[in-house]
Ligand binder design. Structure first.
Ligand SMILES: *Cc1c(COP(=O)(O)O)cnc(C)c1O
Length: 341
């Protein structure tokens, strides 16, 4: 039995999802004539209580479009040092929007409203770039699947309003945060100018992301999506998977969270593991004693058909997901308990 704990993107569509997919009605979405894409966009906009949603092929393109519509060339955005938009989108912030990032270096990908205030460049000081956007990530990916407090996100919103800044949420894993914290998606819709969400993370879809925004931003977003090459034709087949996932696969994320918590507990009992970051959702980040090395640990598990990845500095990451079943889980915990390096 192969166990893949590299990411929550490794899932394959279930038979039920594929059945739903092949029975959907499609059309040409570049003319906005795909009924299934339109249905998904309306559904997601309604969930978040935002005016519009637009379907994208990837989370990266969604974030990049949000950054493009919220900034002008030469501007600067504020984000965590660990942010996906800064670290893992190929430098798209500068390539696509001509924007630089001012980074906040705090634990777990979080920062406070006070940190944002300190990081804004004075608007009349024309020597510095103009600050125009704040980006937060929930859950934080490199921060180990940690969830923001809504109260802090609200405080940051006030700072944005007072300083004329736009406010973007990279919500690739917002599903996990909402389930964990027992929140409502509309609480996020009321805070942000733009939100990106990923269907291909955690929910078991093969492809797809959406941008949530105002009617006015939607008109600009659809243009930018075309410029980026993201206008798709009969993409209703992909959107159908999204509809299926939103209706069936959100609440079950608590199983992933529960299993991640159990893995955390077993890891904490292993003598060669020096630190396990507190697990809140489905991501487990831990450090291994340098004497044993992360390569050694990865290779050892690879021989047992378990896949995971290193993050450098003897840090490793495991991510639980839909296709990591209870059988996999029992077997993996056994392997861990009996591991000798
Ligand atoms: C995965 C991810 C994205 C987007 O990823 P794609 O692979 O382009 O869909 C964006 N933000 C975060 C935090 C992510 O984890």
């Amino acid at each position: 039995m192969e166990i893949n704990l590299i990411s929550d993107t490794v899932t394959k569509p279930s038979n039920e999802m594929i059945n739903y997919m092949i029975n959907c009605e499609v059309g040409d979405d570049v003319f906005k004539e795909d009924p299934t894409v339109n249905k998904l966009e309306e559904k997601v906009a309604k969930m978040f209580n935002m005016e519009k949603a637009l379907f994208f092929p990837s989370g990266t393109m969604t974030n990049q479009t949000a950054i493009k519509i919220n900034t002008n060339p030469g501007d600067q955005l504020i984000c965590s040092k660990t942010a996906h938009v800064y670290n893992y989108e190929g430098g798209g912030v500068s390539f696509n929007s001509g924007v630089s990032c001012k980074l906040i270096d705090k634990e777990r990908g979080f920062f406070s409203a006070a940190d944002v205030v300190k990081t804004i460049n004075p608007p009349d000081f024309y020597h510095s770039p103009k600050t125009s956007l704040v980006c937060v990530e929930n859950t934080t990916n490199k921060g180990g699947g940690a969830c923001w407090e809504l109260s802090e996100l609200k405080k940051i919103k006030y700072v944005c309003e007072e300083n004329n800044l736009k406010y973007h949420l990279d919500g690739a894993r917002i599903w996990n945060a909402v389930v964990k914290k027992n929140q409502d998606f509309s609480e996020y819709g009321s805070l942000f100018d733009t939100i990106s969400v990923c269907l291909s993370k955690g929910l078991g879809c093969p492809v797809g992301s959406l941008l949530l925004c105002s009617e006015e931003d939607f008109q600009e977003a659809i243009r930018i999506r075309k410029v980026f090459g993201g206008g798709m034709r009969q993409s209703g087949y992909l959107a159908a998977c999204g509809i299926y996932a939103l209706e069936n696969n959100i609440q079950r994320l608590s199983d992933d969270h529960h299993r991640a918590k159990e893995i955390e507990k077993v890891l904490k009992g292993l003598e060669f593991i020096t630190k396990v970051e507190e697990v809140e959702t489905n991501i487990i980040i831990f450090e291994i004693h340098e004497k044993f090395s992360s390569e050694n640990f990865i290779n050892h598990l690879r021989k047992e058909a378990v896949k995971l990845i290193g993050m450098g500095d003897n840090k490793l990451r495991l991510v639980t997901h839909m296709d990591y079943t209870q059988n996999h889980h029992d077997h993996f915990l056994d392997l861990l308990r009996n591991i000798s390096l």
